[in-house]
Design a protein around this ligand. Sequence first.
Ligand code: PMP
Length: 393
Amino acid sequence: MSKWDATLGEELRQLKKEGRYRPLTVWSGGSGTRMELDGRSYIQMSSNNYLGLTDHPALKKAAIDAVDRYGVGSGSVRTITGTLDIHRELELRLAEFKGTEAALVFQSGFTTNQGVLASILGPEDVVISDELNHASIIDGIRLTKAARKIYAHKDMEQLEAVLKESAGFKKRLVVTDGVFSMDGDIAPLPQIVELCEKYDAFVYVDDAHASGVLGKNGKGSTDHFGLHGRVHIQVGTLSKAVGAVGGYVACDQVLKDYLIHKARPFLFSTSQTPAVAATCLAAIEVLKQSGDLIDKLWDNASYFRAKVQELGFDTGASETPIVPVIAGSPADTMTFSDMMREEGIFAQGIVYPTVALDKGRLRFIVTAKHTRGELDETIAALKKCGEKLNLIR
Ligand code: PMP
């Protein structure tokens, strides 16, 4: 018996009882919209590979060439041997793409949020955060000594009230996801910016699910709403639509310099591998010409969401390629996911505590690369399983 059995083991048994125990799904091949699991091919409806770039020929070639030129690792953190010319180039191209003075790359979107939030806020400051912001924002905030205030999801009246009552703080920072990852709705960034200008606060947007998805060529929510120059910190990920892994902050030069000296994941964790940096660089070139691909993404998303709604499912507040289909309890959600899997469709169940206890859901992510045939097959499976489970209104 494991030495952990009475403590951690007991918690795991409790998770099992509540239907919240999730073994890892181990994929053995395939990429894009088809992936293999236990010798069977599934339509992949849960990957963040919005534009299908994970197997783009130019990105694969860039990775292979980088391994040939630099080897497989960068050898250290960014401040020692870990800044290669391709890291610097990537930051220049990202800043240019985002229309900001500078950009700084981290190992992931998660460490970007954690590193930036934890380093720029002190005990005299306040951070004001949407209740549905991502876990990496929550963790970043936990690491600061700043005062913390949470406003109800997208509630601008509450945000204004909080801004009013926090006049005494030195820096005030309002943080929001650009696209909310579990519901697929878009933050009211124009209103947030106006309020921040009125009350002299900084604006921080996490565009993990907006990068490559919203705005011209996928430049993100600031571009989508025409707010260039008015959003002080734009975080993006290189792990979703960009197809590789990594995160970045697009900001001004002073903030970049500050983060180079203070952000702990930047200072104390080895930098992106050469292959990853080169892949991301190649991806930016692809993004610059991605108009048709992004149009296809939004076309596919509208088609899928409309069909799912027509069937009578609850898709929550979705307005992007993230389309949740609400199932209810954790147990019902996981049964639904298993039944879809029987039909050859992989749609991950998302349950409490990631979402509310009665709002478990299958989170579908539509990509530009799904064919109408694959979307129709998914919709037919949803109808069959939804009817069996009485999920259709
Ligand atoms: N922010 C949001 C809103 C996310 O959804 C995610 C990914 N789950 C992250 C940050 C973290 O990004 P990464 O996967 O690059 O660490």
